[in-house]
Design a protein around this ligand. Structure first.
Ligand SMILES: [Zn+2]
Ligand SMILES: [Zn+2]
Length: 256
C-alpha cells in the first residue's frame, strides 16, 4: 500500500471518529489541543518516514523481502498466521509501553502522550518523534526477523492497528464485561485518567489479556469516563519538539 493511500486512510478514519465524538462524547468540558497534536503527527511522520516508512508492518515487509524471517508462517491459513503475527506485535507494543512507564528516560518521552488534557482521536499519534525510531530497532525489528508472513497476515495487523484511533476517541463507549478481550475508548481512557486510583493500569494496545496476565487489568465501571491529562503538558508546538528537554528551555526563558 502506497504512502499516500495510508495517509488518506488515516485522515478518513480520523474524520469519521471526530464525527462520532460529537455524537457521544465522554467529556464535553476538556478542550482539544489541535495544533499540538497536528505538530506531533507531522514530526512523527517525518521521523518514521526517514526510517521504516509509515507503519510497523512496512518493516516486516521490507525485512521479509530481503530474505529475513526465521519461521515461515505462510503455509498456515492467513487468519492463523495473522493471529500469531498480531499477538507477537502487540506483545512487543505492550512491553514497550510498560517500559515507558517504568524507566524515567522513557517516561520523559511518553509523558508527552499523557499530557494531552483532552483525550480525543487526534491524541492517537501524539508521541515524541524519537519513539518510532527506537521501535524500529527493537519491537518492530524482532517480529520481522522472527516471522516470514504473507500480505494477508500483514493486512490483518495493519487493519487492526486502526483500533488505536478508536481507543483514543473522546467517546462514551466501552465493552463492559468483554473489556478483557479488546481495547476500547473507555478501557484506554482509564490509562490516561487524571485520577490516581486509575494509575498503573490498562496498558494494552490491542489485547487487554496482557494486562489480565500481569495484574494491571482494571475493568471500567459502567459510567466511568474520567478526565484525562497531566499537570505538566506541552505549552506550545516548540515544546513538543524538545519535550524531554523542555525544562532546560523553560529555565532559559525565565531566569530566576
Ligand atoms: Zn501510557
Ligand atoms: Zn494512549
Amino acid at each position: 500500500m502506497g504512502f499516500f493511500t495510508v495517509y488518506i486512510l488515516m485522515a478518513t478514519v480520523t474524520a469519521s471518529v471526530l464525527c462520532l465524538e460529537r455524537w457521544r462524547p465522554a467529556s464535553v468540558t476538556q478542550q482539544g489541543e489541535w495544533l499540538n497534536n497536528a505538530t506531533a503527527f507531522l514530526l512523527i511522520t517525518i521521523s518514521q518516514g526517514l526510517v521504516t516508512g509509515v507503519w510497523a508492518t512496512s518493516e516486516t515487509r521490507l525485512i521479509n523481502g530481503l530474505g529475513g524471517g526465521l519461521i515461515d508462517l505462510r503455509g498456515l491459513p492467513w487468519f492463523v498466521g495473522g493471529a500469531i503475527y498480531l499477538i507477537t506485535m502487540d506483545l512487543g507494543e505492550y512491553a514497550f509501553h510498560r517500559a515507558q512507564h517504568a524507566f524515567p528516560w522513557m517516561w520523559a518521552m511518553h509523558s508527552l502522550h499523557h499530557g494531552d488534557r483532552a483525550l480525543n482521536v487526534t491524541s492517537t499519534n501524539r508521541h515524541f518523534w524519537l519513539e518510532p525510531m527506537i521501535k524500529t530497532f527493537t519491537i518492530w525489528l524482532a517480529p520481522a526477523l522472527l516471522f516470514k508472513v504473507s500480505p494477508a497476515m500483514l493486512a490483518l495487523y495493519f487493519v487492526a492497528g486502526f483500533n488505536n484511533f478508536l481507543t483514543h476517541a473522546n467517546l462514551r463507549v466501552g465493552l463492559g464485561g468483554l473489556s478483557w478481550l479488546w481495547n476500547s475508548p473507555q478501557y484506554h481512557r482509564l490509562h490516561h485518567s487524571v485520577e490516581e486510583r486509575h494509575h498503573n493500569a490498562n496498558y494494552a494496545a490491542l489485547l487487554p489479556i496482557f494486562d489480565v496476565v500481569t495484574g494491571a487489568y482494571r475493568r471500567p465501571a459502567p459510567h466511568e469516563f474520567p478526565d484525562t491529562g497531566l499537570d505538566d503538558y506541552a505549552k506550545n508546538p516548540f515544546e513538543l519538539m524538545v519535550w524531554p528537554l523542555r525544562r532546560v528551555f523553560r529555565r532559559a526563558e525565565s531566569p530566576g
